[in-house]
Design a protein around this ligand. Structure first.
Ligand SMILES: NC(=O)c1ccc[n+]([C@@H]2O[C@H](COP(=O)([O-])OP(=O)(O)OC[C@H]3O[C@@H](n4cnc5c(N)ncnc54)[C@H](OP(=O)(O)O)[C@@H]3O)[C@@H](O)[C@H]2O)c1
Length: 249
């Protein structure tokens, strides 16, 4: 990412850099070191937004929050926030934070709605940032989204993004293709009707979440372990997901 930033020639102040602290680095000393390591790898003097990636019940949240706030006060990051925090986690985090927690980054898209969680974030004046906002491309294959989009000359992905931003939610779609970058950005020239918003909300309760705490660990293990071990891991992970559903942690 740091190399990309420098190669792009875009001025630093025109790019908003967010990074996350892994739950395995939530102990205060580890957290500070992890933030410094991120800055060193990015070769930046300051991060724009630093998030706690997932709650970690093994480390008292009060200690983690104190360390996160300290990192902000030391100037390593401009803003701090959380990710994948549920309602009770947010209440507790806000109680312990001596600096504002600006957002909760959570999975939300036209298949996954989180009304109670978004209401809790709003009550604490935290922005909701939706990751996987086009369900990793699946939004483009959905019949309802395609039909709604057709009337506006928009794709299913654009309808999914519009459904989110129209609720005041920030979206961070990811793409490696320049034409999709423009497509994903072109969502501010149309407005979904109330009926369309409700219809999408009704399909949003259909599916389970795509991302789990297992996802980054699994990706790392699949990359580093030898083939027989990865086969066993794949089978185990599939079984776990079947038992626990999409929210398997
Ligand atoms: N906080 C967390 O725990 C967490 C978890 C997961 C993800 N995230 C963050 O959320 C961001 C986005 O999430 P994500 O990448 O998992 O999901 P996403 O943005 O919903 O989907 C990205 C995928 O969809 C494809 N795509 C992009 N635009 C498209 C379009 N217009 N039509 C069809 N397909 C399209 C992309 O492929 P191409 O590259 O081929 O376009 C890519 O494979 C990332 O920055 C990620 O770091 C955070």
């Amino acid at each position: 990412m740091g190399e990309g930033l420098r190669a792009s020639g875009v001025q630093r102040e025109h790019i908003f850099v967010t990074t996350k602290i892994s739950p395995s680095h939530f102990a205060p000393r580890d957290l500070e070191r992890a933030a410094k390591d991120s800055l060193m790898r990015l070769r930046l003097s300051e991060i724009d937004l630093l998030l706690l990636h997932w709650p970690n019940p093994q480390v008292p949240l009060s200690e983690t929050l104190e360390a996160l706030c300290e990192v902000k006060r030391a100037g390593l990051t401009r803003h701090i926030g959380v990710s994948n925090f549920e309602v009770t986690d947010i209440d507790e985090a806000v109680r312990h934070a001596s600096e504002p927690l600006v957002c909760n980054q959570i999975e939300m898209n036209s298949f996954v709605d989180r009304p109670k969680l978004t209401a809790a974030c709003r009550a604490h004046h935290m922005a909701v940032v939706a990751y996987c906002p086009i369900a990793r491309g699946e939004a483009n294959n959905d019949a309802v989204l395609k039909r709604i989009g057709h009337a506006y000359g928009k794709s299913g992905a654009q309808v999914s993004l519009r459904w989110l931003v129209q609720q005041g939610i920030s979206v961070i779609p990811c793409t490696s293709r320049i034409e999709r970058l423009s497509e994903n950005y072109s969502i501010f020239d149309f407005e979904l009707s109330e009926a369309e918003m409700s219809e999408i909300s009704s399909i949003a309760r259909r599916r389970s979440r795509l991302a789990t705490l297992m996802s980054p660990m699994r990706a790392f293990a699949l990359k580093t372990l030898p083939a027989p071990a990865t086969s066993v891991l794949r089978i185990g992970y599939r079984m776990l997901r079947r038992v626990m559903g999409g929210t398997a942690r």
